[in-house]
Design a protein around this ligand. Sequence first.
Ligand code: 6PG
Length: 252
Amino acid sequence: MSSSQVDIKVVEDQADFARKAAELFVDASREAIADHGRFRVALAGGSTPKLLYRLLAEPEHRGWVEWSRTDCYFGDERCVPPDHPESNYRTAQETLFDPLKLPSDQVFRMRGEMADPDQAAGDYEAVLRRQFGIAAPAWPRFDLILLGLGEDGHTASLFPETSALEERIRLAVPGQAPKGVKDRLTLTVPTINHARMIVFLVSGRQKARAVQAVLDGHDEHLDRLWPARLIHPLVGRMVWVLDREANSLRKS
Ligand code: 6PG
């Protein structure tokens, strides 16, 4: 992917990182609500976004977003119960939903606790189609999808050399992680790429190699090795928020 197609924001420190991420989140919310009266956002999992969620939920900042018109979805989930320490839903619940007292009918979690991940993915697809008011083969257009990046170049639960990378029909599918909680649920590449706005949040030196491979690698066959290379909005905008360490291997 040529970096000219991507808006890259390199920030100095954690405080700047959270502020830039919040600015993008708030702007996307205001644009969506002004345009169609609702803000539908898919939250990222992992630990990086916690900085953003905590900032948005702080009493002096929660007025930045019109939460009564906001619906929260998930880009992926681990196949664990919602109260499990590894659950992305639990992370968002503790750092964002509970502090905001966001009504449960505005939160649409992936049911990682289900015994059959394929059924859980199908159920999530049905939730998306109902909430977005679309039938197959139409694609939901999230107003914002937040994504993280793994050291292996995975994003959401789209891991290197897995079948989830090839899915072009379903909205969500099971994923397989090489470490940690193996079974996952994830939005598919086309679902993510139909978003109006995609924001990657990446910090830390341990991510620098993956950032370089995703943003500066020019060889198509690398896509299956570094799955975040498959992510680029078809009609929307994409921004990468990087701290200096995560950006440290890129040619300036
Ligand atoms: C997950 C995430 C995953 C995450 C990256 C980065 O469920 O783990 O969706 O894609 O964003 O692994 O995770 P950290 O932010 O914890 O480094």
